[in-house]
Design a protein around this ligand. Structure first.
Ligand code: HAM
Length: 425
């Protein structure tokens, strides 16, 4: 028996019935991003593995456990991108984008890959809408707020309701060092209760213990009294200003002192937007500042801030009324007999050239069966051409919604259909 292939676990086909929803989401996002002056960038879906190791951190789960590496005969190691920030920064440096404009406001929409254990909202191939604002002198809490507000507006515009914005600060690189020390002190007495991975993380990257999913580690972590004592005065001031600006813009937020994010590149502001209906994978979107990453990857010393939303998770939260209807076919042409068939085909071609979606059944069959095909195709109108109509230079036009039928002159057809299309848009 022939093997039945199925879509790989943790991935999904986006079928024609869902595609309008995806296109709609992408179109709306693109329009909003343009109003914030973000420009689209498209980078390859794979990069050198070392780029991800260096940017996201050797000890992050994304690098340590979830990188989907491409094995090939080539020496160099490549991996499918698990996120977009590293690639955008690589491209920013490679093309010296810092020399073209003061600040590069870039966005991307596309698939990301992580070798995770699949569950609801957690996939191996998923899609993100991400933004990155990179440039000298961009270390302003106003820009952080712009990016956070863009994220909030994007989710609202896409129809997501009841989400919560959580913010925190990690401070500068030095502050993060201090925080590591504070965390080690707090966790020292619990070391034996930590999972094996976290005992290793204790030495190598104590932050990662805070986002460990293991229950025994979670129990310890939720009782930690996380504060901002590790922050320098400058970092405290920056965080204070950020909160002030958020408040003055009526953006509601919660402070989450335990929020450190699972990737190593963050400094200062970090944030996450969650929605309870998603269950355990409740993060719709996440981001923050990464003032050291560009220099760390060999680029200029510029600051940066960004976020990425998970598109599948957005769809999971969507109210049914948001879901757009399928693209409707405008016209379905039926030739009543073989003699008028070539003329019917010419008509199809003329309508398509006029931008009107049109289809025809190439297999000769009865009017009844062709009407059935038109119904299945979801066409708004059926155009019937028989010998009698041909002689008169008309077509029988049936409105499939009302059931009404009328004759229409061939030369009036295109403008009539165009009027109907614009009335329905
Ligand atoms: P992240 O938190 O790893 O951050 O991912 C951002 C969002 O992608 C998550 O909030 C979630 O909605 C979605 N996501 C992540 N993993 C999965 C998965 N396995 N299945 C489904 N959805 C998923 C980043 O990727 C950073 N690059 C964000 C960023 C941009 N920070 C600064 N700039």
């Amino acid at each position: 028996m022939t093997k039945q292939w199925t879509v790989p676990r943790g991935t999904h086909d986006i079928l024609p019935g869902e595609i309008l929803l995806w296109r709609d989401m992408e179109d709306k996002a693109r329009r909003l991003l343009a109003t914030y002056h973000f420009k689209e960038i498209r980078t390859p879906i794979f990069e050198e593995t070392s780029l991800f190791r260096r940017s996201l951190g050797q000890t992050s789960d994304v690098v340590n456990k979830q990188l989907l590496e491409l094995t090939s005969t080539q020496q160099e190691g490549f991996a499918l991108r698990p996120e977009g920030t590293a690639s955008v920064v690589r491209s920013y440096i490679e093309h010296s984008l810092d020399q073209h404009e003061g600040i590069s406001k870039l966005f991307y929409i596309g698939p990301m890959f992580r070798g995770e254990r699949p569950q609801k909202g957690r996939l191996r191939q998923f899609h993100q809408i991400g933004v990155e604002a990179i440039g000298a002198n961009t270390a302003s809490p106003y820009l952080d707020v712009e990016v956070i507000m863009l994220n909030v507006e994007l989710l609202s515009m896409l129809g997501v309701k009841d989400f919560r914005l959580k913010i925190n600060t990690l401070g500068s690189v030095q502050d993060k060092e201090n925080l590591s020390g504070v965390l080690r002190k707090m966790l020292q007495s619990h070391r034996d209760q930590l999972c094996e991975d976290c005992r290793d993380r204790f030495e190598r990257n104590v932050f990662r213990i805070l986002d460990c999913k293991n229950q025994s580690c979670r129990t310890i972590v939720v009782h930690l009294n996380m504060g901002h004592g590790h922050l320098s005065e400058d970092s405290q001031r920056y965080y204070g200003e950020l909160k002030e600006i958020l408040r003055s813009n009526q953006v509601s937020f919660e402070e989450a002192p335990g929020l450190v994010r699972g990737l190593d590149y963050y400094t200062h502001t970090v944030f996450e937007i969650t929605q309870a209906s998603l269950g355990s994978q409740d993060a719709l979107s996440a981001g923050g500042r990464y003032n050291n990453l560009v220099a760390q990857l060999g680029g200029p010393a510029v600051d940066a801030v960004g976020f990425a939303c998970g598109m599948e998770r957005i769809l999971l939260t969507m109210p049914a009324e948001y879901r757009s209807k399928e693209d409707r076919l405008t016209a379905y042409v039926i030739a009543l007999d073989g003699r008028v068939f070539p003329k019917a085909c010419q008509l199809v071609r003329r309508l398509r050239m006029a931008g009107i979606s049109t289809d025809i059944n190439y297999k000769a069959s009865s009017l009844k069966s062709q009407m059935r095909s038109a119904g299945k195709a979801g066409s708004r109108y059926v155009l019937i051409l028989g010998e009698a109509e041909d002689k008169k230079g008309v077509l029988a036009l049936k409105d499939m919604t009302t059931g009404n039928q009328q004759e229409i002159r061939e030369d009036a057809l295109i403008s009539f259909l165009n009027c109907q299309i614009s009335a329905h848009q």
